[in-house]
Write a protein that binds this ligand. Structure first.
Ligand SMILES: NC(=O)c1ccc[n+]([C@@H]2O[C@H](COP(=O)([O-])OP(=O)(O)OC[C@H]3O[C@@H](n4cnc5c(N)ncnc54)[C@H](OP(=O)(O)O)[C@@H]3O)[C@@H](O)[C@H]2O)c1
Length: 272
């Protein structure tokens, strides 16, 4: 990998840079970063990670990979500015809801587009990243993109039709899980725990449960069955959750989030 051009210098750009900069085989100063208004932000990224602030979009020329980390409503303008410098690069887009076909059209098919949906844990390199690949992207380019994105977490390649579902599931997932955890924590404080104690037990319960699922290779249903003895405490609590329709509420939440993802994508790609 010779050169990466990161378009946008916000939270997602920083997560990407952080992940890739941990690879000792990669020369971090070969990552060029650009934004619009805040040169001091580029200087900060240079100081912390050793990347190179780009002076103009022209620096995208000669990059193997362009990482698009602007907000969805800025994608059209950013790609138009980039267009004169496109010549077969791979574009890895982080922009939620923006279809591959839209980006291919704006870039006049002068680049090979990969669309991703990351989630917030990429910031600590524990992300879940859904990735869909445009038709013009060859297997080698897919490998290059995967290798880079795997520095930020796990990467699951899927058909683009599933991207709105991925946005609802792994994209919004940290919000849904946090909603459940907030209720658990409030309830724990209600039972007499100090806030600090509740937080400690809460986080370790989640991390421990996730690790057990992963290391033992169990499904959530299997683990639930293992920890639930007939008429025991877990059984008593789960009965309340089932009676109050928690499973159904979660299913509805994902359907609604998916619908909203689709709607937002349509809004952003409408000609203004
Ligand atoms: N944050 C998340 O948790 C998350 C999760 C999933 C997906 N995403 C996606 O990731 C993308 C980035 O999100 P973010 O939170 O990192 O956004 P952000 O912090 O607002 O950063 C956006 C960056 O894009 C730059 N930018 C916008 N238009 C530009 C242009 N024409 N030329 C150069 N730079 C330009 C901005 O520069 P200035 O500051 O100079 O204007 C800013 O540095 C979004 O599309 C979002 O949908 C984010």
């Amino acid at each position: 990998m010779d050169k990466i051009f990161v378009l946008g210098a916000g939270a997602m750009a920083e997560s990407f840079i952080k992940g890739v900069s941990q690879d000792p085989d990669f020369a971090v100063d070969h990552i060029y970063v650009i934004n619009r208004h805040r040169p001091e932000r580029l200087v900060e990224l240079q100081r912390v990670y050793g990347v190179t602030p780009a002076s103009s979009m022209e620096e995208a020329r000669g990059a193997n990979v362009i990482v698009l980390t602007v907000k969805p409503y800025d994608v059209r303008a950013a790609l138009r500015e980039l267009l004169p410098y496109l010549d077969g690069q791979i574009i890895i887009s982080f922009a939620a809801g923006i279809p591959i076909s839209f980006m291919e059209e704006i870039t006049e098919r002068r680049a090979h587009v990969i669309r991703t949906m990351p989630n917030v844990p990429v910031a600590v390199l524990e992300g879940a990243i859904a990735m869909a690949v445009g038709e013009s992207v060859d297997a080698k380019s897919v490998d290059v993109a995967k290798r880079l994105l795997e520095k930020l977490g796990i990467v699951v390649e899927l058909a683009e039709e599933l991207m709105d579902a991925a946005t609802a599931f792994s994209g919004s997932g940290p919000g849904f899980v946090s909603y459940f955890l907030e209720a658990m924590e409030d309830a724990a404080v209600g039972l007499g725990f100090s806030a600090e104690m509740a937080r400690q037990l809460l986080i370790q319960t989640v991390v421990g449960t996730a690790k057990v699922l992963e290391e033992w290779g169990l499904s959530p249903a299997e683990l639930k069955a293992r920890v639930t003895s007939p008429n025991g405490t877990t059984h008593a609590g789960l009965t309340v959750l089932a009676d109050r329709g928690m499973g159904e509420a979660i299913a509805h939440a994902l359907v609604e989030a998916k619908r909203r993802s689709k709607e937002m994508g349509e809004q952003f790609t409408k000609e203004s």
